[in-house]
Design a protein around this ligand. Structure first.
Ligand code: SAM
Length: 232
């Protein structure tokens, strides 16, 4: 159950020195504090991979956006541990690299607001989430009208939410939820083509690779967080 993993009380309680020691050296508490107040360490996590699985996307994005802090959120204990080890091994083998990615074991459907402030994220990924086919289990889906309110709160205006699945019904569901939400608009075809991340949704994720090997179809919905009038 959730009681087995600690949850930060607020986003300011997330221990960045634990996740990104290269960016947040923790050996000197006083200088870290001074650095924080002088803005040197004001860097925040900007990309979140929700249900990151084995971490393939994070690993690919790490070198593409070396200055951007990213986190994977994963419910399964052993899978989270695997990703943690994978990142540590990459850091060891490639000095100075992969310092910007990390992973946390948590239930994203409950605790996103504990990790991120309003408007903090510029990208959120929901790649090949569990389908929960039965009608009564739709409330367990990681994309829903209610949860989109939370994601809209967490994303900055202009931020992007990427979703993809090989389950057609789920693809339609995620698209319909996004299309029906007042704070999201679809990304145009040209923008999708220009975005280097879009091809990674399949080529970098373990699930995407599996689907590609089996020649399966995928259904993606990529939407932008738009402003409500008082935010403009
Ligand atoms: N995104 C990865 C990929 O494309 O390879 C993994 C996809 S896998 C089918 C879905 C993952 O979401 C699983 O690893 C599962 O443990 C995780 N998951 C399911 N519900 C979750 C939740 N509420 N919070 C965090 N992770 C969750």
């Amino acid at each position: 159950s959730d009681s087995h993993f600690p949850v930060p009380i607020t986003p300011s309680h997330v221990d960045y020195s634990l996740h990104y020691p290269h960016f947040f050296p923790s050996n000197d508490v006083i200088s870290t504090h001074q650095a924080t107040s002088s803005g040197v360490h004001s860097k925040k996590i900007q990309f979140a991979d929700i249900g990151c699985g084995f971490g393939g996307l994070l690993v690919n994005l790490a070198t593409l956006f070396p200055e951007t802090l990213m986190i994977g959120m994963e419910l399964r204990d052993k899978v989270t541990e695997y990703v943690r080890e994978r990142i540590l091994a990459l850091r060891k083998a490639n000095l100075g690299q992969y310092q910007n990615i990390s992973v946390v074991r948590t239930n994203s459907m409950k605790y996103i607001p504990n990790f991120f402030e309003k408007g903090q994220l510029s990208k959120m990924f929901f790649l090949f989430p569990d389908p929960h086919f039965k009608e009564k289990n739709h409330r367990r889906r990681v994309i829903s009208p209610h949860l989109l309110d939370e994601y809209a709160y967490t994303l900055e205006v202009g931020g992007i939410i990427y979703t993809i699945t090989d389950v057609e019904e789920l693809g339609e569901w995620m698209k319909a939820c996004l299309e029906g939400h007042p704070l999201f608009e679809a990304i145009t075809e040209e923008e999708l083509k220009a975005d280097p991340i879009v091809s990674l949704l399949i080529s970098a994720t373990e699930e995407g690779q599996k689907v590609a090997r089996n020649g399966g179809q995928t259904f993606q919905a990529v939407y932008r967080r738009i402003a409500v009038s008082e935010e403009e």
